[in-house]
Design a binder for this molecule. Structure first.
Ligand code: ZN
Length: 252
């Protein structure tokens, strides 16, 4: 079967990664993700097909646009590489096609949220709602062997509490410290995890994400590179935490 072919999956994964890069660039700008040809974000020149081959073209071009010679972010290469490696790795653990599609949709949305939040400090609703939708859809595939929660009550209550947990943090920070601690995008993201993994997960994921956030921030605070009021995107920490949580469940 095709699924047994690693090289095939690596190429498919890299092509998907290339599409994810398009989403990462265009979603925050509300640009069409399908019907506009790829262009250089700096000089806006259309990118020729041979300069648009995932992973390869960017290496040949030495991370510079062919026309304006301005540098191309390493993000483009990394997203394609991670997408490709992910698909190959998944093949080692998953043989069921529905599981493969479900997990891949979730993981690829994770990647897009991770990078967009890192760059723009926002999480587009379309992505959070897609996760929530997947969280509901997966309940209708009881034969899946993924470690997702499939009890509808757990799914809904997990989503609601996930949203509420971050909403209350935002509310309290606003009241007490008069600052915007997080955005509602983070609340919807944690709701998405609740929909996917159930009630218990939202507490663990939020806790671990906070620890990761601390580990990330404290050294910067100590060397004075940031203050307590410096904004940091929380979405990437939530995503890492959710992946760790899922891997931990799967290792049990
Ligand atoms: Zn250019």
């Amino acid at each position: 079967m095709l699924l047994n072919n690693f090289l095939f999956l690596f190429i498919i994964g890299a092509v998907i990664g290339s599409f994810l890069n398009v989403c990462i660039y265009r979603l925050p700008k509300n640009l069409d993700i399908i019907f506009i040809r790829s262009f250089c974000p700096r000089c806006k020149k259309k990118i020729k097909w041979f300069d648009n081959i995932p992973l390869i073209s960017i290496l040949i071009l030495k991370f510079k646009c062919r026309f304006c010679k301005k540098s191309i972010s390493i993000q483009y290469f990394l997203v394609e590489l991670v997408s490709a490696v992910y698909l190959c790795l998944t093949l080692l653990f998953i043989s069921n096609l529905i599981d493969l599609i479900l997990l891949s949709l979730i993981f690829y949305i994770f990647i897009v949220i991770f990078v967009i939040d890192l760059k723009h400090y926002i999480i587009p609703d379309s992505l959070n709602f897609s996760l929530i939708l997947l969280g509901i859809i997966k309940n209708f595939f009881p034969e899946t062997s993924l470690n997702l929660n499939q009890d509808m009550f757990q799914t809904l209550i997990g989503g609601a509490i996930g949203y509420f947990l971050i909403w209350i943090i935002i509310f309290l920070y606003k009241k007490i410290k008069k600052i915007e601690a997080m955005g509602l995008g983070d609340a919807k993201l944690l709701a998405g995890f609740g929909f996917l993994f159930g009630l218990k997960s939202v507490f663990i994921i939020l806790f671990v994400a906070s620890i990761i956030g601390l580990v990330y921030s404290v050294p910067k605070l100590i060397v004075g590179k940031s203050s307590l009021n410096t904004a940091i995107p929380f979405g990437p920490f939530l995503i890492i935490s959710a992946i760790v949580y899922y891997l931990y469940l799967s290792s049990l």
